[in-house]
Design a protein around this ligand. Structure first.
Ligand code: GLN
Length: 310
């Protein structure tokens, strides 16, 4: 639907469309084949109204954007102390797929890098839950954030799993330290499945708006997670969501955010809006080049930087 806001968003897309630098993720063959020219932005209000421009209904996979939502489910299910026992909340300053643990411990540095996210995926549901139960919890929980039943993109899932050598190496390292206690291959399969959930830019804006709204989905009215969980997740998104570009992002954009290698980025402005952008060509940190540009413009022009005095 057209509105002054969607007209403005269309103008922002037009202004950023010319930047065709960067490249699709190529370590997952199916993502390398995606249409690089897709471009979308959506902003969801806390009443569930979505303003958008561009390809807002095109499906793509969440990839790492699934991480903050699974983080939220794990905190909701197990509580903060049990979570922190396994995973720290310090920015790593490293690439998302680094094989690393916090110095002198067996904890991944944060739940946004792959080592932390793979561990986080084992911390949803009851402590004695099976991998199958945990997948049901992840699927149900992320669908509740979106306000509709999400589905796995099977082509991306198998493409990523076939080439998941690095994540398998990380999972074997985690198993070696007893940070995870199950079969590393099965754990990576669950994690890869969560990354392969299909969403639109519109879905992502509503998922981000659920975080901005303190854990209540704006359209369904369902309380998905509690406010202290959201505070924790948004804090970690702020410090770690953009990996080794987090400092640059916080100073330039100033919105808690998370990128994914399919080209999506979400931002959640507490008490205000959820936003999402999509454009598959990535920069060296694995974030959408045009997506970052759009967020920079929105932040500046709409005064969205969190550190900005009102
Ligand atoms: N599934 C991807 C991986 O594990 C997610 C990475 C990302 O989006 N940054 O490599």
């Amino acid at each position: 639907m057209r509105s002054p806001v969607s007209d403005y968003l269309a103008e922002v897309l037009e202004g950023c469309a010319g930047d065709t630098s960067g490249a699709n993720a190529d370590y997952i063959p199916e993502l390398a084949r995606a249409d690089s020219d897709r471009f979308a932005v959506a902003v969801a209000t806390l009443t569930g109204y979505v303003h958008g421009a561009g390809d807002t209904d095109v499906m793509f996979t969440m990839q790492s954007i699934s991480k903050p939502f699974v983080h939220a489910l794990a905190l909701q299910d197990r509580g903060l102390p049990a979570f922190l026992d396994k995973i720290d909340v310090e920015p790593s300053g490293e690439a998302f797929n680094e094989l690393s643990l916090e110095e002198g411990t067996t904890r991944p540095r944060n739940p946004m890098i792959n080592a932390g996210a793979i561990t986080t995926s084992t911390l949803v549901g009851e402590p004695d839950s099976t991998l199958a139960h945990r997948w049901e919890r992840i699927l149900g929980g992320l669908s509740a954030f979106a306000g509709r039943e999400l589905e796995v993109d099977e082509a991306v899932f198998s493409s990523e799993l076939e080439t998941a050598h690095r994540n398998l190496a990380i999972a074997h390292m985690l198993r070696g330290y007893d940070t995870i206690t199950e079969d590393p291959e099965a754990v990576v399969a669950n994690y890869t499945r969560q990354c392969s959930l299909r969403v639109t830019t519109r879905d992502l804006a509503l998922m981000a708006a659920t975080l901005a709204n303190g854990g209540v989905q704006p359209l369904t009215g369902e309380r998905v997670v509690d406010p202290p969980v959201v505070r924790e997740v948004l804090s970690v998104m702020t410090t770690c969501g953009m990996y080794d570009a987090a400092g640059d992002w916080v100073t330039r954009v100033g919105i808690p955010a998370k990128s994914g290698v399919a080209g999506g980025i979400i931002g959640a402005l507490p008490g205000q809006v959820g936003l999402a952008v999509f454009s598959p060509r990535l920069d060296e940190h694995g974030a959408s080049v045009r997506g970052v540009r759009v967020c920079e413009r929105l932040s500046q022009e709409m005064g969205m930087h969190l550190m900005e005095a009102p």
